[in-house]
Design a protein around this ligand. Structure first.
Ligand SMILES: [Zn+2]
Length: 253
């Protein structure tokens, strides 16, 4: 099955890579939507409550601070690195990720070829002036004071993720769907493809008739739509690095 994926990758030059939680579990980041996911035990903080209530902001920063302690040192794995290798071989049109862990960027995916549709924990954003800053000092201040940090402008600071009740950023969606309209292949990795509108991005490309490879451990929402060209039921880490290495070797022949 590695050969089939490698052949597809070797034959295409404008690949849209769409990634989900499954590519980061090998970096030690749990799948929030899985059966044992943090979602099952945590009270979600809605964006509207975050903006309106100091108590909600405190709950939210407490959760984010626990995450930063648990996962802040996570490093990219072989799958992130394989996607970077594919880009350096000039085969990636865009990487669109549902993950908020910032690991594609850390691995070396070019910022202008990366759309983090659900935002990122790797930056803190002022909800009033939009200024973006590094998380470290804000987490340290919260740990020391227990008070959610505010911006110098008086606005509330929040990790730059899309919260419950918050819309996806229209310019990110525009960039991602433009790539879906332009790519010559789409590769979905480690996603159940169940969360929309994010999952509509690879689907739009597939519905244009370009080859669609889906690699995931467990069912995906696109399995029965008749649009998937190559479906590998596997851990992405077992398949993708080897397939990319083989594709790049085939290309060199
Ligand atoms: Zn501000």
């Amino acid at each position: 099955m590695i050969e089939a994926l490698a052949t597809l990758l070797a034959d295409h030059r404008r690949i849209l890579v769409f990634t989900g939680a499954g590519i980061s579990t090998a970096s030690g980041i749990p799948d929030y939507r899985g059966p044992q996911g943090v979602w099952q035990t945590r009270r979600p903080v809605y964006y509207q409550d975050f903006m309106a209530s100091a108590e909600a902001r405190k709950d939210y920063w407490q959760q984010k601070s626990e995450d930063a302690t648990a996962f802040g040192a996570a490093q990219p794995n072989d799958v992130h690195a394989a996607i970077v290798a594919l880009e350096r071989a000039d085969r990636v049109d865009m990487v669109v990720t549902q993950n908020v862990d910032g690991l594609h960027r850390t691995a070396g995916t070019s910022p202008d070829r990366l759309v983090e549709v659900h935002g990122t924990n790797a930056l803190i954003e002022c909800q009033s002036c939009g200024e973006r800053t590094d998380p470290g000092p804000h987490h340290a201040r919260f740990a020391a004071t227990g008070e959610p940090p505010d911006c110098n402008c008086g606005g509330h600071l929040k990790p730059a993720t899309i919260s419950f009740g918050q819309s996806l950023r229209s310019n990110d969606l525009f960039t991602a769907f433009a790539a879906a309209d332009r790519c010559d292949m789409v590769l979905a990795l480690g996603s159940t493809l169940a969360v929309t509108p994010a999952a509509d991005i690879p689907l739009r490309a597939a519905r244009r008739g370009v080859p669609y490879a889906v690699i995931n451990r467990g069912d995906t929402a696109h399995d029965r739509l008749g649009v998937v060209t190559l479906r590998l039921e596997a851990d992405v880490g077992e398949v993708v690095p080897a397939a990319v290495a083989l594709a790049l070797a085939l290309d060199g022949d």
